[in-house]
Design a protein around this ligand. Sequence first.
Ligand code: FAD
Length: 454
Amino acid sequence: ASPSPTVIIIGAGMSGILAAKTLHDSGIQDILILEANSKIGGRIHSVQFRGHTVELGANWVIGGGPRSNHLYEIAGKLNLKTYLSDYGNISANIYKQEGGLYPKQVVSAALEVAETRDQFCTSFSARLSASGHNHDDVSILVSQRLFKEVPTTPLDMVIDYFYNDYEDAEPPRVTSLKNTIPRYEFLDFGDQTYFLADSRGFESILIYIAKQFLSHKHEVIRDQRLKLNKVVREINYSKNGVQVKTEDGSMYQAKYVIVSVSVGVLQSDLIVFKPHLPQWKTQAIYEFDMAVYTKIFLKFPSKFWPSGPETEFFLYAHEKRGYYPIWQHLETELPGSNILFVTVTDEEAKRIEQQPDIKIQEEIMDVLKKMFGNDIPEPEEILVPRWWSNRFFKGSFSNWPIGYSQRRHMQLKEPVGRIYFCGEHTYSRYLGYADAAYFAGSFPLSCKHTQTNT
Ligand code: FAD
């Protein structure tokens, strides 16, 4: 790399790698990518767990719809093993707080109400959008109130959680209706979600993209333009250029910088901007939401849950909304692995990750015993990702809160002088998804900026 690249890219997740590739493909090859972690991927993070590859971050790819999905296509090209997630039989798989399954007819009736409510919310959102008033928005909860059926029982709440929190990682009270519904990722790419479970990991999609423009040996990227373990702490900018300082005392200069870190990181004090970012920019950053979505993996010596077709997902209904609610076994994807995982979000995810693993395991075992009886084995191992406390992420993905305007979101992605911003939070259509990061990185320098145009 030249001592002074044209562009420094901060972060080597999906959006940073895409931004670098887009620049490279358009002839700007003197770039430098600075990544805090010891590997690329960011929130696409595959790890080994008791001899199996599991995904701490992105897991599902969406495909089969009217618009082709690049990530789904790459997964196909690489022959990665993906499995269609079948949620069709949830009605037979919801457990009561104190144990035992809800009767199928009871759940089917509750699901029907939830489906009608969801349709109401979708059409109400369309009506709000058609009204043409930007400020005309409500939370998902308000639109549920308008429908007159707000979930209050453990069963209705866990079903509502499945419809909303499981997508947004925040409750309907917080989430903007107009900016999250309809869910464009499904409208565009198809309503089929494929769970990626391959020994090469979801990461191999990103490595495939990176290999197209960075030097590599087999699956390892070895290019002087990618520097790992470089934690950026300071960005100095002026109309002449930028200067980036890292925690290890290195300093890099360039004409421009692209910041691809999460909005959660931008809200923290990890990176200091000198001069401070203007008020409109900090407000746009601080008013947006970084949600928390955590998958906790457990490896057991033997299987004690139902397996076979239509058992993959099961729900636990508790009076406390979001208490270890959504469970998935991996008998189809990783047969014989005896691995279960449970998904928690928002305040519960934050509460849980602050506890030691052993305490979390105790809570989980209490829940599992309620569902499957006391005669179940202890897990051999538990794996708890801590996305919220990790200073390089501060959460899992962004969510659009009620009260946040379209104008604010334009400001969120708008450059400040020579500093450009990408990252999934800047691409509203598929907000939160790896697809958003993909597209956010595909137009790295395309935002109009008002202060410098050189
Ligand atoms: P990141 O991946 O966060 O990349 C930013 C990079 O910047 C990181 O590598 C980080 O280490 C680095 N960085 C941070 N601070 C600094 C610093 N100071 N200096 C240098 N580098 C820094 N999406 C889907 O499509 N499907 C899913 O099923 C799905 N499930 C998910 C489940 C979880 C638990 C999580 C966490 C995410 C999930 N996502 C899913 C979302 C998807 O993973 C993200 O939207 C996407 O990976 C974000 O990419 P990004 O490049 O915007 O950000």
